[in-house]
Design a protein around this ligand. Sequence first.
Ligand code: ASP
Length: 337
Amino acid sequence: MILKKVVIAGTIRADNGLPMGIKMLMEDRSAIDAVEETIKMVEDNTDDWTVGSGGLPNLLGEVELDASIMDGRTLKAGAVAGIKGYKNPISVARKIMEETPHVLLVGEGAEQFAQVMGCEKADLLTENTRDLHRDFLEGKGIIEKSYDTEETMKTKERYFKSFQRMVKDSNLMEWYDRYVHSNHGTVNILAKDSNGDICCGVSTSGLSFKFPGRAGDSPIIGAGNYADNRYGAAACVGVGELVMRLALARIAVYELSKGATAEEAAINAIKSMVDLAPDKGSVSILVMDKEGNVVAACNWKDYYYWLATSENPTPEKKDCIFVDLELLEKDGVGYHR
Ligand code: ASP
């Protein structure tokens, strides 16, 4: 019998995992189990091209994944960045949290750890993402300039040459603005279990066609993910560089610790992005307070998240609060003013 309210919330493509997540919580499973299993379902969904299998490839056509998990009861955390060839980076992150004294493992080291732990391997590229990368190199779709041909894509060395040419020929900042920032996404899952424990998990393939080795906010504790039973939890979606520069999830949880409501904490976190102007990009934050109240805020319109509770176990679509940073800038608010 459930004694306390349990809650699970997730970002837009989490709807396939949330029914199982809320069921687990209602069966008294831990928030950590519910977060991991829910994120695994999103990672395994190849129709979601921003997370796990079928995730967006980097510049070299490889799917490099970032993920993190934080236990609000102990403040322990685990994260992986730039891991390739493993099906469920969230499970690798959990093993780092539970089996090692570390918080973050990257690249090859993370892969070696995953292998030792017996984590499942997978080819993460799908037909779709292979095509996307081919189109990218051939100048179709989102890129106008051709850098390579089908023939030159046959070996990794050739990918690398293509990469070198691209870097040489481009104004990198402009290139980033045009191509890399246009396709991306992340899954955030926040859960509170029947013990009152809170957990937050995040998983992503990061920005499309990112530079190999680029890590975003998702594996950075305090930036894309933070959880503390005493106050609540927060996680982010959007341009990771902006989120990292502000340690946005930590800002929201700090706000909660100072007595802000989930709504105030989410809005204030997004408002703090005005300090980075003129650097801009889309960001959303999903916040849960220690009572399990959930709110999301973002700096663009028409975004939503999913919420399931023991009272309403069918995931319900909820609107994000839109914070208009342009208005704040017009008012002269911001650090660089
Ligand atoms: N935050 C992710 C990253 O920067 C991408 C996203 O959420 O859209 O890697």
